[in-house]
Ligand binder design. Structure first.
Ligand SMILES: CC(C)(COP(=O)(O)OP(=O)(O)OC[C@H]1O[C@@H](n2cnc3c(N)ncnc32)[C@H](O)[C@@H]1OP(=O)(O)O)[C@@H](O)C(=O)NCCC(=O)NCCS
Length: 250
């Protein structure tokens, strides 16, 4: 049992998925004392990979992260949009090709998920085997389909899946979020991304969601521009670090 004062927490799902102990730092700042406590905690539990989501405006945190060999793997952007019934300029209306997903879409969605999310921190960090990164997003879209997301829409292009978007609604507030969005490579640049976002926004309106957020990578220009075109503005910018420990027993 971990007390609230502990500097990190073990991540059972990630540890099981990757096959070695994975943890994350609690909190978003480092001080010399916290960095020492993290070191001891990880040593005791033989942690191999530690995630740290840091504030970007604290120079002490960044300096300490670098000194303790945390590696920058992602500039994490959270964007948001207030939902209103009036479509914003540049928003495409959902077209008839967008529909809720069904079971026979699943194998195509899994295939697209495996190849699409290559700007994420897992693909960027080459200590994670590529096959496992592909499998991670395949698993993610499958669990989204199975109920992790409250709605999943696909773009139906002549009977096959051209892309997907997953939608989440908070149980506690009137906030929602877009989880995963991807358009299959042959169909990119033709407006499907915009249409998927538009379909998601229609769903959020019907769910009485007032504010929608989405997380993406600073390096993902296609996603940044898609969200800018569909009315999303920045909420936060954070730095994602991974720290790997060589234990000599792995
Ligand atoms: C991001 C993504 C969903 C966009 O889908 P898309 O169908 O190609 O996008 P659209 O054709 O609707 O274009 C919408 C806007 O996105 C931007 N955009 C799309 N592709 C782009 C690219 N390769 N480079 C730069 N901007 C791009 C453009 O600004 C475009 O609007 P504009 O043409 O009016 O300037 C798609 O590139 C994709 O699946 N990427 C891989 C998965 C991913 O990164 N998902 C998002 C983070 S989880």
């Amino acid at each position: 049992m971990e007390s609230p004062a502990e500097p990190c927490e073990l991540l059972p799902w990630d540890s099981n998925f990757f096959g070695f102990p994975v943890a994350r730092v609690r909190g978003n700042v480092l001080t010399p004392d916290i960095a020492d406590a993290i070191e001891c905690w990880c040593e005791e539990r033989r942690i191999q990979c530690l995630y740290f989501l840091a504030r970007s405006d604290d120079s002490v945190t960044v300096t300490l992260a670098e000194a303790w060999e945390f590696h920058l793997v992602d500039v994490r952007m959270t964007l948001e949009r207030t939902v209103s019934d009036a479509p914003r300029p540049g928003m495409a209306k959902p077209v008839s090709g967008i529909r809720e997903t069904r079971i026979d879409d699943l194998s195509e969605m899994r295939r697209i998920a495996r190849i699409s999310h290559t700007d994420t921190r897992f693909f960027y960090d080459d200590r994670f085997p590529r096959e496992q990164c592909e499998s991670l997003y395949e698993t993610w879209i499958q669990s989204s389909f199975e109920g992790f997301a409250q709605a999943v829409f696909v773009s139906d292009v002549k009977g096959s899946v051209g892309g997907y978007v997953t939608c989440h609604r908070s149980k506690e507030s009137d906030e929602g979020s877009i989880g995963l969005i991807a358009v299959d490579v042959p169909h990119q640049g033709k407006g499907l991304g915009r249409q998927l976002v538009a379909a998601a926004m229609e769903w959020f309106i019907a769910q009485n969601v007032r504010r929608v957020s989405v997380v993406t990578q600073g390096r993902n220009m296609a996603a940044q521009r898609l969200y800018a075109r569909t009315g999303f503005i920045p909420r936060t910018l954070e730095l994602y670090y991974h720290r790997w420990f060589s234990r000599g027993d792995s």
